[in-house]
Design a binder for this molecule. Structure first.
Ligand code: ADP
Ligand code: MG
Length: 280
């Protein structure tokens, strides 16, 4: 058996682990070293146990950090998205997008259009989550909030820098783009953002109006056309023209042929009303 590490050696090791920024190893090496000594682990096994542990913890910290900065909606996943409710969106296509890869590398876009309640924000957030889990960085924001931030930056002559700072996000999700309106001061900052990310960094836009009806979003028609062109050029578009999911879930309960296993939202007051007349 080897001698236990002296106090001075242990202290020096702690300092070196700090210097190398290996906090997980710093926390665990003594436990592992004792086990290695008592169980007679080969040196290589001891070393790889330490390194595996450091890598696993590092990945966990990264994930926690990136989830925290992404501002995704709580509890919205691809797994709990009911694809049967939105026949124009295929699960296979969403799963392919969730892999990231080419479209994120190329800075392509995803556009989700449709009336309120159709699941645009849910799907956007769920895609964001899947991408963060695969190592991409994502920011989800209400478009109005980001426009306000960018306007403030412009007032302080820092618009370009603020937009450049968003480059660290492989995907920026602009939720409810069409809610931005011209009277909400100048939305040309949004155009600057779209132009800056064009063919470099991805955007996922949700809007309750299709691009053809965006005349009120940007200050002038030419800017609307230019913004729409850039967004659409390399993009996957989903027209989610479905009725609000909650209302629909409530009414399909009354309808014939509803499969017993069909996923519905939990007992919210507005869909409990539909349960009395299940027998048709
Ligand atoms: P939108 O952003 O299009 O207005 P949301 O994504 O906010 O719609 O959807 C409204 C609510 O209904 C959310 O709680 C969402 O999770 C739920 N929802 C909508 N569509 C679906 C779906 N296809 N499967 C599961 N839940 C859904
Ligand atoms: Mg929404």
């Amino acid at each position: 058996m080897s001698k236990p590490t002296s106090k001075a050696d242990a202290g020096r090791l702690m300092l070196m682990l700090n210097a190398l920024r290996l906090p997980a190893t710093k926390a665990i090496w003594q436990t592992f070293a004792e086990r290695a000594d008592t169980e007679g682990w080969p040196a290589a096994r001891f070393l790889s146990a330490l390194i595996e542990n450091e890598i696993a913890e590092r990945e966990q910290r990264r994930l926690a950090r990136h989830l925290n900065e992404a501002h995704l909606l709580a509890g919205k996943t691809i797994a709990n998205f009911d694809f049967a409710a939105v026949p124009m969106v295929s699960k296979a296509q969403i799963n392919a997008l969730a892999e990231g890869d080419a479209w994120i590398d190329n800075g392509d876009n995803v556009l989700l259009f449709g009336p309120p309640g159709g699941g645009k924000s849910h799907l956007a957030s769920a895609l964001g989550l899947a991408l963060v889990e695969r190592g991409w960085r994502v920011l989800m924001t209400r478009t109005t909030d980001l426009v306000q931030r960018l306007q403030t930056a412009r007032r302080d002559l820092g618009l370009e820098a603020a937009i450049a700072k968003l480059d660290k996000y492989h995907l920026v999700i602009l939720d409810d783009l069409a809610y931005v309106s011209r009277d909400q001061a100048e939305t040309s900052v949004l155009f600057e953002l779209i132009s800056a990310r064009y063919e470099r960094r991805s955007l996922l836009v949700t809007a309750n109006k299709s691009i053809g009806d965006w005349s009120e979003v940007f200050p002038d028609p030419a800017m609307t056309v230019a913004a729409a062109d850039r967004l659409v050029h390399h993009s996957t578009i989903f027209e989610m023209n479905v009725e609000s999911y909650r209302r629909r879930a409530a009414s399909t309960r009354k309808g014939p042929g509803r499969p017993a296993t069909r996923a519905t939202p939990k007992n919210t007051p507005d869909n409990q009303a539909g349960t009395q007349s299940d027998a048709v």
